[in-house]
Design a protein around this ligand. Sequence first.
Ligand code: F6R
Ligand code: MG
Ligand code: MG
Length: 380
Amino acid sequence: MAVTLSDIKGDVGSIAGHVKPHINQIKAAERVLKGATEKKVIHDFFVSRVGDDIHMVMLHENGEDAKEVHETAWNALKAATEEAQSLGLYAAGQDLLKDAFSGNVKGMGPGVAEMEFEPRKAEPIVLFMADKTSPSAFNIPLSKIYADPFTTSGLVIDPRLHDGFMIQVLDQKMGDVLEFSLPEELHDYLAIIGDLVRFSIKKVFSKDKKLGIAASVSTEKLSKIAGKYVGKDDPVAMARAQSGFPAVGELLQPFMTPYLVPGWMRGSHVGPLYPCSVDEANPTYFDGPPRIVALGFMIKGNRLIGEESDPQPGSHKPVDYFRGEEFGYARNIAMNIATYMRQHGPFMFERLPEEEMEYTTLNEVLKKIFEKRNVKNKNR
Ligand code: F6R
Ligand code: MG
Ligand code: MG
């Protein structure tokens, strides 16, 4: 029986800045998803969050892009928006860019990562939720995981991984999906994926057809959808682990290096990716640094399994991998990098080049500056 794991996420309001949703918003989303389990639209779920983003992780049998599943998530975000409005929270409904649901949440604001597969006897999953950054934040870590034998020793030692992986890359500018077979096409791949503005990883597949999909990333660009700045894309990635896929430890290792990613304050800066627990995922320093949380759980038939023995749908407690002291080392390095980068203030390359900034409002400021000085710049 093939199942589909979907994480549909959105920022629909938060307490005192773009920091954290209110518990009533989480509960409102949970109520809607619970209703969907009763109607058998989804089998199981849990709701989590990173920074100001609410994540709805759902297990079902309807395949990717399923209208009823997307509509469930849309309704959950609407319910969380109503809570935000009634509490007067900040940026209530921010990521709901359309008034009414129309078949699929893609292009409507929320981010989506999904993968459909035949679960193995034991199916470990790692979910990576990020805040204050864009989908390309996963370009380096996922390249390390699936293409670097210095990270994933299974690529060398384990015959099931030895042939490598196939990676799908989205060209955000042209909308094309490019496929790379690794390691054979590694140098072509690196020539493309190094551009963190234009390209982002969409999906990864095992070359063993029986295993199928390995990982999936949300690739929605909010600013592209709305045509102006409306919030960051704050991506999510999900990966299958062990027995032919990278081990959990291989999936987590790259996050010990806080790579520089676009995002942070006003989606317009460059900052280190800071690995932390859900509890610590409150972006406080210059609205950051960009956060990454990793959650682990199992899929057993039509159930999600977390740390507790027999929880009700919705009440699962996944393993919170970055909670431990080991990743305190990465947090310290990240804070050193973050404070160093901030010394540059409004100067590039702490601030992103204009065309790469999420705030499209700099153009208005520049226009006034030029107009005041009677400079006619036809290119602006
Ligand atoms: C970035 C983010 C925040 C806001 C910043 C300004 O993704 O959410 O850094 O951009 O707090 O927010 P506004 O424009 O709402 O005052
Ligand atoms: Mg926000
Ligand atoms: Mg966010």
